[in-house]
Design a protein around this ligand. Structure first.
Ligand SMILES: N[C@@H](Cc1c[nH]c[nH+]1)C(=O)O
Length: 383
């Protein structure tokens, strides 16, 4: 095997794609800043215990592990920055008020999370801590949709679901609670026969409600259907109210309600969303409420946020235009060097020719050249 081959689902990013990704990263981070989100940079590696605190079993499975030569302890490569940012909020900032944080960085997955998915997503996201009300969820949803719009995406389908519904059902039935893991797994795969078998020993309220969930899928009218079919437990009513309010705030996005959709990283505790765009099989943005992660870090803080994979998003953008540039000779003459510095300071791309490589700059379109004219360095248009 040639020694330059990369592992499966791991890739280099070449110039034109890298430029698109980087421009999108800046655009999105600048927009987060305009909403008041402060940028944080958690580490790539952490001790496994802290990396997995508050996260579910699927995070454990998707985390690459290695041994720290300094401490002998097991470390993990982050597979999701959300829990890291929750740790920062819980331990390092110690603020009592609302904190808005954002981040962008590579995460690694042991296995691709979907068809053709990379194992090294470039995760970008934003999180709000310290506010339990729906207003924070609404802001996160708005920011996610605004981010997709900035990425040039016009048609978005927003899938909404709410963990509170299953939780409310579990709360009234000890048998159901004892089988929580299995209920979640079967709901996730919409395995109706499996659910029927499993719920046979549950009380009628929990059983009927759980069996109804896989069919509670469709447009916004699903919420009204759910109100009729599901028991009027306070947790269910509140969750359906949340979904109704959030669906009204989704702008032009097409809404789908899926009350059995529990995909995610198992830390969510309330309303959740996933955004899909035509042409991509995997969700381009995911988010939701996860109030118990801070608690696992020793400081209970309500939390909600979203994240996206910049590599995936950038693939949807049209190829970046080659940027215009100025070709300049290589030289040590002071006037030439000063002119080049001034042009670069004004934002121009100035590429100095190296001998024998006059036209090598694929990413750039050298439409002007710096030439010596009567002792002055002037710009000449290239036809
Ligand atoms: N980090 C989660 C999404 C999320 C961010 N905040 C809350 N949820 C994911 O990648 O699926």
């Amino acid at each position: 095997m040639p020694n330059w081959l990369l592992p499966e689902n791991i890739a280099d990013v070449l110039p034109s794609e890298a430029r698109k990704i980087e421009e999108l990263r800046r655009l999105l981070l600048d927009n987060f800043r305009r909403y008041g989100y402060e940028l944080v940079m958690p580490p790539m590696l952490e001790y496994l215990e802290s990396l997995l605190t508050g996260a579910g079993a699927d995070t454990d499975l998707r985390t690459f592990k290695l041994v720290d030569q300094l401490s002998g302890r097991t470390m993990g490569v982050r597979s999701d920055m959300t829990t890291q940012v929750a740790r920062i909020d819980a331990h390092l900032l110690n603020r009592v008020s609302v904190t808005r944080l954002c981040y962008a960085g590579s995460v690694m997955h042991t296995r691709p999370s979907g068809l053709h998915a990379t194992r090294e997503p470039l995760q970008i996201g934003a999180e709000i801590y310290g506010f339990a009300g729906l207003e924070a969820d609404a802001e996160i949803q708005e920011l996610a949709l605004a981010s997709l719009a900035l990425a040039g995406i016009r048609t978005v389908r927003l899938d909404l679901c709410h963990v509170g519904i299953v939780r409310a059902i579990m709360a009234v039935d000890a048998n159901a609670r004892a089988n929580e893991g299995a209920v979640f797994a079967l709901l996730k795969s919409k395995d109706a026969p499996g659910l029927r078998d499993l719920t046979a020993s549950f009380g009628a309220v929990a059983r009927n409600a759980i069996l109804a969930l896989p069919d509670l899928y469709g447009d916004v009218s699903t919420i009204e259907r759910a109100r009729k079919v599901l028991p009027p437990l306070p947790g269910i009513v509140a969750a359906l109210d949340d979904l109704q309010a959030l669906s009204k705030l989704a702008g032009t996005a097409q809404i789908t309600i899926d009350l059995a959709d529990l995909r995610g990283y198992h830390y969510e505790s309330g309303a959740m969303f996933a955004a899909y765009v035509p042409g991509l099989p995997n969700a381009v943005a995911r988010g939701g409420r996860y109030d118990h992660v801070g608690e696992a870090f020793g400081r209970a803080r309500p939390a909600t946020g979203f994240s996206m994979d910049l590599r995936e998003l950038a693939r949807l953008l049209p190829a970046a235009e080659r940027s215009s540039a100025i070709r300049a000779p290589w030289g040590t003459e002071v006037a030439l060097r000063e002119r080049i510095v001034a042009l670069r300071q004004s934002g121009e791309v100035v590429i100095q020719n190296l001998p024998g490589h006059e036209n090598d700059q694929e990413e750039f379109n050298c439409d002007r050249a710096l030439v010596l004219d009567n002792g002055n360095w002037i710009l000449e248009n290239l036809g």
